[in-house]
Ligand binder design. Sequence first.
Ligand code: C2E
Ligand code: CA
Ligand code: CA
Length: 670
Amino acid sequence: MGHPAERHNLSTWIRKAIALLKVPADNPALTAAQFAAFSKQIPLLYFILATNMISLSLTHQGAAPDFLVVYLPVVLTSLFTLRSLIWLRGRKRERTPAEAYRQLRATNILSFPIAVVCTAWSVSLLPYGNPYQQAHVAFFMAITVIGCIFCLMHLRSAALIVTASVNVPFLVVMYLSGEPTFIATGINVILVTMAMIMILLSHYRDFRQLHESRNVLMLQQDALQEQNKAMQILSDQNLRLANLDSLTLLPNRRSFFQMLETTYGRAREAGTMLAVGVIDLDGFKPVNDLYGHSAGDKVLIEIGTRLSAISNPSLSVYRLGGDEFGLLLEGKCGEADVMALGQKVCDLIAERINIGSGMVQVTGSVGFAIYPDVGETGQEIYELADYALYTAKRRHRAGTVIFNAVQANELNRQKIVEEALVAADLDKELSLVFQPITCVDRRICIGFEALARWESPRIGQVSPAEFIPVAEHNGRITLMTRMLLERALKTAALWPESVYLSFNLSPHDLTSPENTLKIVSIVLKSNFDPRRINFEITETAVMHDFEQASASIQMLRELGAGISLDDFGTGYSSLNHVHKLPLTKIKIDGSFVRNIHTRRTSFNIVKSVLALCAEMELEAIVEGVETEEELRILENLGVRAVQGYYFGKPMTAEETLKRLALQDAQALAS
Ligand code: C2E
Ligand code: CA
Ligand code: CA
């Protein structure tokens, strides 16, 4: 035995050689591909074997015994035919890699006995033939082995087995014959088959590589497809998320406007109707403020669920943001249908909601606009519906309003006012009047409320009830407030110290710290005693942004000014606000005074608000007192301060001075 390294080399060579004679089992996909290519050639292989065998038997008829040239060839060729028929029949059938492997292995094993039998048969004919016939045997063996190598090209192991089991005996027999022609033939065939084996091996390698690279390509394609699929899923998901409100899972504002354009286009083309609805919750903010944001979320989710329950193919529901929802109704959109839908929506919203820690209730207002009655574009229909909602909120608390001619006029007028206001020279055109606030007991004026007046050269006298909301809308209110406050303070400086100034602030003045700071600085600059100023705020200011508004109010309180909650009873009247804010006064709205002697509810409301004020140590001022009778009833209820035409209409600055002078004179006289 040689060197251990050589031994090692030898054993790896043997292992490699054995591996060459086996069907590879490590690559099922390759096996399947081999099988597919191979199965086409197997019948040809049997054809070569059979025809060569028949031809050799024929040349040896009579010379060799019948057993060798008749019976055995008949049996073998029949077997070959049968095998090739079986292969031909099963050619089309799909095979699993495992089945393919088994069949290749069977062929591999079978190739050895077939090669041995054929070789033994042809060699056994040699002694019977003349030199020509012997040459035919040599030719048979050479040509058959070459044919077999060709046909077994895709099953390397079988090709090698056949080559080895034919060529070795062939060379031996040729050599033993001692005949130089035969020896030369033997060597010749060996060289040719060796060359062929080389070709076969390289072909097999190519086949394997081709197959592998195709596999890699296929894997890459598969991976690419998978990636595309994943990307598609992701982009579908993104699209869905982008169009969905994550809290309520209703389609969001974006999809509302997309759908609005689609449905509007459809309605215009088909000449059908379309109703656009905008819903806003009343009393949602207090829930958020009082119970926290998670309670607010629960309310929105619950309302979203209730509303989506009424959606159908012609009615879709959206969340537009905050506490606002949208509706698109196609088809049957008569006023009665739309009103009924609005009522249904309001009823659904008004049902009590469980927020875990208790039950809460909110209400909803709905504004609708119906195409083709109004609207030239989808966006316009929406804006008109929004205006109808604004009207609903102003007038019909928790009700439905369909945009109609009345609002069209209002909107038109608003546009005219807006245009005039934009062009206005505020310094020249704005002025102030002052309405006395009277102490009921002593019948004397204890203060004046400053009220804005606008005389437009274009459209004449405009009520503040009309232009203040427009100025709030276009932002000019900030400038107005500053200008009016400076003037009011100048006038108030002329009053005796016992008379205070009441000044109206807009929500805008409270919703940004800069605006409030500016108010503070104007007061400080004026040198007017801040304790003689009372700022009137409405609930809407507080509703809008409670945190900021209460911070602003706190700032004004620290300055020393008083704060009144104006128009009490007309807004959300959430006692929560009264409770949480550092207020000093409450102004009970004039609408409760009207017919207080005949309307029991008004009487009761005023009575309970007065009780509330007493409890919270807040001063109560009743507005809009016009008659002696109203005053008498209020006096009996214990009202200390009133405001209204009975004691004085809003008056100019000079008139306030006259009034105060008169009052002084009267006091001196009595
Ligand atoms: P308000 O603050 O509730 O002011 C009271 C309104 O009721 C005033 O209308 C006043 O003239 C009117 N009024 C007073 N007594 C009586 C009465 O006995 N009977 C009747 N029927 N009405 C009475 P005005 O001046 O038209 O103001 C309307 C609203 O405009 C005000 O309501 C206030 O909200 C707003 N406003 C007025 N001036 C200003 C201002 O300078 N700034 C801001 N932000 N808002 C203002
Ligand atoms: Ca007021
Ligand atoms: Ca008021």
